[in-house]
Design a binder for this molecule. Structure first.
Ligand code: ARG
Length: 599
């Protein structure tokens, strides 16, 4: 397909000197494989676009295809066998380490910073967004040839630790002295309401509740944070214990989600010894201004940001923004990145505008490299989620519920399925993660159980089902057909499939439904690229739905294993099944979703 695109572009460039050639994908495969919209060129040449496309259609020619004028579009439509050959050879003939849609290394370095939960809080459904959007972005960038570093800016420092320390020391005697008491870390799926992290979290919530009536408690918390910042041994000891408890639990969730980071050691606390040098640099650059009561701020009015960036509080303590500045400076030295993506909610848009503006002032190197990719908050029908008020939806509850609902259906419809529990987990996860990706990244999401765990319609399980159905056809076909759609152990984001020779005769794929499926397969690389360009998984999720849907049309209308099929028809149709299974499995994998063999 790439060669064809290239030939088409060259022919157009020769026919239209001085005109920029931008090809698109037609809306459907019936129209063609590639389209050249003639509007711009026609304007430049002082012609009517409809007339121009007709002229071009009459004068150009290409082997294996036709040029067709469709209104103002010039479409290149391949002959059925040429389309089948182009698409199938791209997928089945790809080297195991360079799969379809992937790109060679481009020498560019990208940091994807995502998830970044605050310690001593529990993972809610809200955290799923940053975690899975970030995971898909990291996977996709790597697939497209970027060198990717996955970072987690863990919230393991800041005034909330003052609260935790104050709460813990206040109430430790009430049976909380050992948060880990009676808890077995080896338990694979512990009750969330019994974990050490949950106990810690309860202390935090209690503190906030009691503080309302006892303002002195606020000073108590502030003092503890000061002690922590000053390196007080007891404060330190407790802090690192709280951190350890949190990390162990986060790790369990990351394992369940199949998400990993290059390091979990570069959270906010990591930058502590870099805060003074960072302040010094800001000072030397003449950026610091005295704010309220001796606080230190950076004025950003000259760059159109009305709210100044606070970097040091009146009491001399550092804040969130200071640590973000230190982190960016550190990352420049440590990773020399081309791009740094921050996958953080829309509620922090101003924060990142401020941070990026300060960095631009401090060092022009940062210009254009920093990108906040905000995502909409998850709300409940009754309003915002609030951990303090206790109206939150915990991520694990959602994953568990999704798994249970799937398990109930499996028990009813396919009770003898091998590995039922694993399949239920994969499908439940598929539902939740895919739902998230199908949503517009920036708009808020209203959470309702039925929407998030839906199994019908444009869902993860629908795509997973298409894959499982193909696998069942391939198993029935016998020989090594099923093995051809199975990958080796993942190489980063890549599922390594073995190269496979194409059947010599592809005329079994002439039918319109087979051609429509080939057309959707051809759209996959563009959808993957759109994930990186738009920093959201949505285009890939949509393309996978389109693929699953056109597979269903193919399956219904083009009998694959019918006894009357000539062997070459059967082989061609099976080859298309293998290609589709590979594409679905790889596409889902980029999103962090697994495709069961059977369901
Ligand atoms: N821990 C923060 C929160 O939960 C998110 C951190 C985002 N990353 C950053 N570099 N500021 O809201």
């Amino acid at each position: 397909m790439e060669t064809l695109r290239h030939t088409f572009e060259q022919q157009l460039a020769a026919a239209l000197p001085g005109v920029e050639i931008l090809l698109e994908r037609p809306k459907s495969g019936d129209l063609g494989d590639l389209a050249f919209p003639c509007f711009r060129a026609a304007k430049q040449l002082g012609k009517n676009p409809v007339q121009l496309s007709q002229e071009l259609a009459a004068s150009l020619s290409i082997e294996g295809g036709n040029f067709v004028a469709a209104g103002p579009y010039l479409n290149l439509k391949l002959a059925p066998e040429a389309r089948a050959k182009a698409v199938l050879s791209a997928i089945l003939g790809a080297a195991a380490d360079r799969p379809y849609g992937s790109r060679r290394s481009n020498g560019k370095k990208v940091i994807v910073e995502y998830s970044s939960p605050n310690i001593a809080k529990l993972f809610t459904i809200g955290h799923l967004r940053s975690t899975m959007i970030g995971h898909a972005l990291a996977q996709t960038h790597q697939f497209l040839g970027y060198e990717v570093t996955r970072l987690n800016h863990l919230g393991d420092w800041g005034t909330q630790f003052g609260t935790l320390l104050a709460a813990y020391t206040r109430w430790a005697q009430d049976g909380n002295a050992d948060l880990e008491q009676d808890f077995d870390w080896a338990e694979p799926a512990p009750d969330k309401r019994r974990t050490p992290l949950f106990r810690l979290f309860q202390l935090y919530v209690r503190f906030h509740a009691e503080e309302e009536n006892d303002p002195a408690m606020r000073d108590e918390a502030r003092n503890w944070f000061k002690r922590l910042e000053a390196g007080d041994a007891e404060a330190r000891r407790l802090w690192s214990w709280f951190r350890k408890i949190s990390l162990r639990e986060f790790q369990r969730i990351y394992d369940r989600l199949g998400v990993s980071f290059d390091t979990l050691e570069q959270g906010e606390a990591f930058y502590e010894d870099q805060l003074v040098p960072t302040m010094n640099r800001l000072e030397q650059a003449g950026l610091l201004v005295e704010g309220d009561k001796g606080a230190r701020i950076i004025d950003l009015e000259d760059v159109g940001i009305a709210t100044p960036c606070l970097v040091q509080k009146a009491d001399g303590t550092s804040i969130y923004a200071t640590r973000d500045l230190a982190a960016a400076l550190y990352r420049k030295e440590a990773y020399a990145f081309d791009r740094c993506l921050y996958v953080v909610g829309t509620d922090q848009v101003l924060h990142f505008q401020q941070i990026f503006a300060v960095l631009d002032k401090l060092d022009p190197w940062f210009k254009g490299r920093m990108l906040h990719t905000p995502f909409g908050m998850v709300k409940l029908p009754e309003g915002k989620m609030s951990t303090r008020k206790g109206n939150v939806i915990f991520l694990e509850d959602v994953l568990d519920e999704a798994r249970e609902r799937v398990a109930a259906i499996i028990n009813e419809k396919n009770p003898d399925l091998a590995g039922k529990a694993e399949v239920a987990e994969m499908l439940g996860m598929g539902a939740v993660v895919f739902f998230d990706a199908m949503n517009d990244r920036v708009k808020p999401i209203t959470f309702t159980w039925d929407r998030v765990i839906a199994l019908d319609g444009d869902t993860g399980p629908y795509v997973q089902y298409a894959h499982a159905r193909i696998m069942s056809v391939l198993r029935k076909a016998g020989g090594d057909w099923a093995a051809k759609a199975q990958a080796g152990a993942p190489l980063g984001p890549v599922l390594p499939f073995e190269m496979m020779a194409l059947p010599a005769d592809l005329s079994g794929l002439d039918a319109q439904e087979a051609q429509a499926l080939l057309f959707e397969l051809a759209g996959l690389p563009q959808a993957v690229a759109a994930v990186a360009d738009g920093c959201m998984a949505t285009p890939l999720a949509r393309q996978l739905v389109a693929l699953a849907r056109s597979f269903s049309g193919y399956y219904t209308n083009c009998p694959i294993l019918a006894p009357e099929n000539a062997p070459e028809v059967r082989d061609a149709r099976l080859a298309l099944c293998v290609a589709t299974a590979r594409a679905l499995r790889q596409g889902l994998f980029l999103m962090g979703i697994q495709a069961p063999e059977e369901m």
